[in-house]
Design a protein around this ligand. Structure first.
Ligand code: HEC
Length: 202
């Protein structure tokens, strides 16, 4: 009994080692093609629609794919104060001297309206971003900085409502959800020009 249980892991390890070596040799041989670059890798399986939809979470300007849920200013204020203010400031104007940030950088979210064409443009969500749906999308994917993806859909709608209200873009009483968020007209909505190059945008 004792010897068998001691033997088993050892022989398993040998088999795995052998299997790994065989895999590496096969991968090395099939991966190298005439020009030195593989045209395709001989492993994996095609991603299904379901696989893709699980990771394709980008929300376009028109808000297609926004999740169910809703949030308002008051709930958003609570989210902001606990999860965002440390870096973006209690006044949403950013915090000076954060570690690992280039000197002079402040993670300002509001203000700067009308400065884009000036010598010192202040680019913020308020002054620069053309679509409110991008705010939801960005926060959901990237914030809070140390724990992206940790906010619920309700919290993300709510904190978006808080930022947009503080930026004086929407009214405090507005409830944001998949229907209302795309209707918001951002101040710089028409500040972008279409790029006509067909080779870039097919
Ligand atoms: C630990 C610090 C930190 C925390 C906490 C944090 N952020 Fe950020 N945030 C950043 C950094 C750094 C950037 C810039 C990232 C970049 O440019 O790649 C940023 C960028 C942003 C931007 C884009 C600003 C712009 O104009 O480009 C938004 C919007 C934002 N954060 C919202 C939030 C919200 C909402 C929360 C709370 C749920 C939050 N952040 C929490 C550090 C933080």
């Amino acid at each position: 009994m004792c010897t068998r249980s001691a033997d088993r892991p050892a022989s398993h390890q040998r088999i795995w080692l052998l299997a790994t070596i065989v895999l590496l040799v096969v991968a090395a041989q099939t991966g190298i093609h005439a020009q030195g670059y593989p045209t395709r890798f001989e492993f994996g399986t095609p991603a299904t629609e379901q696989d893709i939809s699980a990771v394709a979470i980008a929300i376009p300007a028109d808000g297609a794919g926004l999740p169910a849920g809703s949030g308002d200013y008051m709930k958003g204020k609570a989210v902001y104060e606990t999860q965002c203010a440390a870096c973006h400031g209690t006044d949403l104007m950013g915090v000076a001297g954060l570690p690992n940030m280039p000197a002079g950088t402040q993670l300002r979210l509001i203000g700067g309206r009308g400065t884009l064409a000036s010598k010192n443009p202040v680019m913020t969500v308020e002054s620069y971003w053309p679509h409110a749906t991008t705010l939801f999308d960005y926060i959901r994917r990237a914030m809070p900085f140390a724990a992206p993806g940790s906010l619920s859909a309700d919290e993300t709608y709510a904190v978006s409502a808080y930022i947009l209200t503080e930026a004086q873009i929407i009214d405090k009483s507005m409830v944001l959800d998949a229907k209302t968020l795309p209707l918001i007209e951002m101040p710089n909505r028409n500040g972008f020009v279409p790029d006509p190059r067909p080779e870039i945008f097919k």
